[in-house]
Every structure is written in C-alpha cells, then in structure tokens.
Write a protein that binds this ligand. Sequence first.
Ligand code: C2O
Ligand code: CU
Ligand code: CU
Length: 568
Amino acid sequence: MRRLRFKMLIISLLFAGLEVYGQHPLMIPDTMSGTEFYLELQHGTHSFLPGTSSATMGANGSILGPTLIINKGDSIHLSVKNSIGDTTTIHWHGLHVAPENDGGPHTSIAPGEVWNPRFKVRDEAATYWYHPHLHHRTNYHVTMGLSGLILVRDSVEQSLNLPRAYGVDDFPLVLQTKHLDSLHQIDPNSNQDWLPMVNATVDPVLEVPAQWVRFRVLNGSSQRSFNLGLSNQSLFYQIASDAGLLEEPYPTNRLLLSPGERAELMINFATMQDSILSLMSYASEIPSGIFGAQNPGMNPNMALDNYHPNPLNGANFQMLQFQVVESNNQANTELPAFLTEVEPHNPNQRDLKRVLEFSPMMMGMNQLNSHFLINNQSFSMDVINYEIPLNNMETWTLRNNSAMAHPFHVHDVPFYILSRNGAAPPINERGRKDVVLVYPMEEVEIILHFITHYNPDIPYMYHCHLLPHEDHGMMGQFIVYKPLSDEHIDAESFSKVFPNPVQDRLHIELSNRVGMVEWKLFDSRMLEIMQGASSGAFDLQVGSLAPGVYALRLEGEGAVQTHLVMVQ
Ligand code: C2O
Ligand code: CU
Ligand code: CU
C-alpha cells in the first residue's frame, strides 16, 4: 500500500514534470549509404530535459549514430575511429560476417585507432544495429549513447509494395530508457531507468501522414522490455522480425520487445487524419520475471537492487505521440498479403544438439542480481566454450533455470525458434531471429546453421542481451572451424611440415585442435620406412635417407593428411 502511494506520487511528479518539459519533435538519425562508411565514436553532450545537459557518447555526433543503409550483395568497407579515449569495439548485431569483422570483444579498437572491417552483405532485408561490445564495458558504452541502426535492402523486399522513404513514411524508432542522476548525468549502473526516450528524444512527437506507415523498431535498452500497443487499441501489423521479413503481415495490438530485438511494424493512419494517438508500452501486462514488469522476479518477494521505486515498472506509459497529418501522394493503399517464403531449417538435418542452462549465481534467497551463468560458467575471454565445424546444423535448447527472463542472442548466423516449452512458437516468431526472450523456467529450442565463415582464432559470442548480465559474464564464445576429412583437407588448419626440400631434420607442427596423430613415412615405391605417434610439434631425422621424394602421412581425429617431402 505504502509503495503504491509512493509510486502514484512519483507518477504524478513525472507527469507534472513532462508537462513543463513539453514535447519534442522526434529526432531522426541521419543516414549513410553506399559502400564506404566512416564512423567516429566521440564524446558529446545532450539535452534530454530542457535546460539540462548530460555527458553522452555518439557516432558522428553527440548521441546515437547514423542509420547505415546497405544492400545485400554489396561489398562494403567501414572505418571506425575511436575518439572516446577508452578502448571499445563495434559489433554489427545480426549481420552474418566473418569473426574478424564481427566486432566482438576480441576485436578491440584502442583509443585513437581506426578499425577497418570489410565484408560482403549476405543478410536479408531487415533492421539490424551496431553497438560497442567490449567485455565489462558494453553496458557503459551503449547506455552513454553509442548505437545505431543498419537497414539492409534486398530485391525481395524491394519488389514489395511497402513504404521505404526514410523519415517520410518509413521511420526508425530506437526505444530506450536511462537513469539520470540528480545532476542529470547518465548512470549506467542503476536498475532505476526512469526516463523513456525514442531516438534519444524524451517525450517525442512525430507527424505521420494519414496512410500506411512503416516503423523500424529496436529495443536498444540495456534491460527493459516494452509491451508495445497503440493508445486507441487499433491493430498494427508486424512485417519483419530481427533478421528478415515474416511470411505474412502479423496483425496484433500488442508486441513484447526485449532488449536487442527488432520488429518492423506497419500502422494504417489512413482514417485518422488530424487525430492524435500514442505508441504506448503497456507494461502493466508484462508478466512477472521480465525486467519492466511490476516484479522483476517470478514472485513478488524477489527484489532487484534499485529496481523500485520506478514509475515505469508495471505501469503503462507513453513512448511516442503521433500527430496524423495529410497523406502524401505516394501513399501505399494496401498492405501486401504475402511477404516472403520463410523456410526454417529442418531439425531432421541436425548434426548436434546442445543444451544451455541459465542459472543464477546464488546470493540471498530472494535477492536477484546481475550475475547469471550459462552451464554453470561465467564468461572468460580465454575459454572457447564450443568448437563448431563449418556447416554444422545444430539445435540449442535454452533452459532457463532462473527467476528472470533473459533475451538470448547468438552472433554469426540467424536462428529459427523451433519451440517454446515444447509448443510451436507464436506466428510472429517463426521468421529469422537473432534474439529470443527466454521466460523464467522456460525451455526454448532454436536451430542454427553455421555456414560461410570460419576462423579458428577469433570466436563469436552468445549471450544474454541484458547488458549488465552480459558484462557480468552471462556470455560464452564459440569458434567455427573448417572440419578435416579425407575428401577435404585444409593444410593450414591441420599441420605444417617444413623445410621442404629438407636435408636432415624435418619439422612437423600440428594444429592445437589435432590431438595425437599416427604418422608414417613412405618412400617413392610406397614402402613404409618409418612410423610413430606424436602430438604437438616434433622432428623427424631424415638425413640418412636417400635423396628423393617421400610421402609423410598423418592420421588423427578422423582426418588424414599426406605431405610430399623432398629429401636432398
Ligand atoms: Cu547486440 Cu553480442 O550483441
Ligand atoms: Cu550480435
Ligand atoms: Cu540475462
């Protein structure tokens, strides 16, 4: 009761405050397109509330970054200059790129340095994003303002009758909340993120034409989920999930979006000219155990440091106000009935099943905190959790044994959700995804196909996208390697033999993924003249052999490799 009264007080103060602050036109980030992109990460200041100034970080500006528009099939080059005076990285969230271009925690950019990833865009049209990813610093850099959207265009999307005039009938919406302290400075370590904003604009208002309008929505918050709906309760349509179009527009009046997730929405304002309505978060409907609900844990006794009081928890609040104005002359009059063929991977073609269990690092009985483990392990930069052969088709069972929901994200490849607690996922979760919210005590099965890229030295990440959880170790890493086989031998990844030609000592170095090998040396008549078993690096004395060609056959871990060696 007491808490409720206190909360009402805060809500009325907040609303009183907002009236004084007044509304602000929604900021629309600039765009960059083409194949060359330059981003400079920098410090700045931003006025979230009139008359105040907060220290921030942004790319090519003081907060957030430009929207990058790229085309499937293009080869692009990005230059990322780090001018924030602190080591960081930039990760292209959702893009299927090689590990060295992915911008994970191992690809750091030192202060003053420029990072130059180049890659071919292989992704389907959808809304992706970029953000820093340095271990222990991700939440700090993102919450200070570093992130931006990436729009991928492709021919399938291009052929559909959909709005795509950026800032005219196709709007980016980066949804976030932040905690500002009494000096109006961003406090990234607080769970009391009381200030909602869209595109870094507090209490934003957007003029929209009275027609079908497309919104590319990112939940860019560090922890909070939003339960989106329109204040007049009309239906809207989801047309894309994280990494691609849905098969058909999905009508709904609510959409729960957790951190890291994206959705493209279509709203029909055609009959609403001159009216005002809002995009709301109906957080009163968010189930317990999701950050944003009244209770952050599964039951009301569970407390999270600093979570209360916060007028946003479990209460409905406005994200954005729409003022509907005259339609423009390029109005789309209808929504396509069919969008694209969605073909989820087939679980019968699975090569491997993994189980990932989420559990809390135990504190007090009812004390939630930001320390969660995956398979009882906390992230270590030096530990590779999984080694995945290129082209493996895998199912991952995500078993949440904790009282909080975790938005789980995998780098490298998008995935499909096979089931939630054994049942088929909702229709709008049947497209390509790269983040899935796993509810408390829920089991979610996803399927992934690890194609195209491999690098035995640089891992990809999988993690909870609640940034404090990620920073505190709810993350793991995997490498994708090219498997060895009789038909397909990749010399580099198996062994090196040198010098060749050789006079007396032949040096053999086995890759550290290859354990013990049996080796045999044959002469030119294919008679075996030496043999043994070794691992790591070893030498063979060949000085006493007659000059000529010999064959060294190495066999290990189901793989065979033969080197022809010239003895002089
Ligand atoms: Cu959006 Cu590993 O990150
Ligand atoms: Cu990512
Ligand atoms: Cu988590």
